[in-house]
Write a protein that binds this ligand. Structure first.
Ligand code: C2E
Ligand code: CA
Ligand code: CA
Ligand code: CA
Length: 277
């Protein structure tokens, strides 16, 4: 038993060492990620449920790591936040997404909107409004071109400060969406404080919406509350027709998910957009 315990211990430290070096490799790699040009954006269409048209796309970042291959954002964004790399990475995402939107608009998707995810750290940066509006100016993008997605927990962190900041962004025609709505364990009070345009119903409610009456009730209530507050609703993670039919019957405005398209590289996404303009 003693020998086994010792072996387990050795195994454990070996595993720990692997974890630590992998974490260190991610950190080191992240500091070089922009210099090495290893980030890519994929784009996922958001479809108007009534017309079937693509009205918006969400930019989702990927890291093409030389050794680990494609690293998912859930794995590296939190680390990028810890080591203060999220600011330059977030700025790269914004710049790349807006450059892409300008190209697509010039190629015929004249009304297309781009949604970009914003981390808490970016919102706390003093120059955030100037940083964003300069990118819009550079690419000659006006009102309604950019939508920022922030999560409930980010929105709730400094509600009064955020309200001022978001109002300023909105004056520049930047739209605002609450991401992962319903998962933040927060009160709904921020909904009346913040100048919002949209709620994104989290995919955890959409997943079993056909079989779970509670999920259906939460979805329906979220949609009707949003409409009464003057907000539109995007349902995330729509994977099949039954979910789409149900969400449509509830009056949901926009849908996003694998049923329509997974996040796509730029060229492929534009072909999808053109088929559904
Ligand atoms: P999110 O903002 O909630 O993005 C939606 C995620 O759901 C994406 O994962 C997308 O690929 C996935 N998804 C879309 N449709 C479906 C579906 O029908 N079924 C299922 N099961 N999943 C679906 P992804 O691309 O791995 O991104 C994960 C998270 O990483 C994002 O969640 C967002 O929080 C974060 N993220 C991605 N890009 C950025 C970025 O540029 N900046 C920041 N700060 N965060 C980002
Ligand atoms: Ca999002
Ligand atoms: Ca989301
Ligand atoms: Ca999410």
């Amino acid at each position: 038993a003693k020998a086994a315990g010792r072996n387990n211990y050795q195994f454990f430290t070996a595993a720990m060492n692997t974890l630590i070096t992998e974490r260190q490799q991610i950190e080191t790699g992240l500091r070089q990620v922009l210099a090495n040009d290893e980030l890519r954006l994929h784009y996922q269409p958001q479809i108007d449920i009534r017309t079937g048209q693509v009205v918006s796309v969400e930019a989702l970042v990927r890291w093409q790591h030389p050794e680990f291959g494609m690293v998912a954002p859930d794995r590296f964004i939190p680390i990028a936040e810890e080591i203060d790399m999220i600011i330059p990475i977030g700025q790269w995402v914004l710049e790349t997404a807006m450059a892409q939107l300008a190209v697509w608009r010039a190629a015929g998707a004249t009304e297309l909107r781009m949604a970009v995810n914003l981390s808490a750290h970016q919102l706390r940066k003093d120059s955030i409004v100037a940083d964003i509006t300069n990118v819009l100016l550079k690419h000659k993008l006006g009102k309604g071109a950019l939508e920022l997605e922030i999560t409930e927990s980010v929105a709730m962190q400094y509600p009064e400060q955020n309200a001022r900041l978001l109002a300023e962004l909105r004056q520049h025609g930047i739209e605002l969406a609450i991401d992962d709505f319903g998962t933040g364990y927060s009160s709904l009070s921020y909904l009346k404080l913040l100048p919002l345009d949209r709620l994104k119903l989290d995919r955890s409610f959409v997943k079993d919406i056909e079989s779970d009456p509670n999920d259906a009730a939460i979805s329906a209530a979220t949609i009707s509350m949003s409409h009464e507050l003057g907000l539109t609703v995007v349902a995330e993670g729509v994977e099949n027709e039954a979910q789409l039919v149900l969400l449509s019957s509830m009056g949901c405005d926009l849908v996003q998910g694998f049923y329509f398209s997974k996040p796509l590289a730029a060229e492929e996404c534009f072909r999808f957009i053109q088929r559904n303009l």
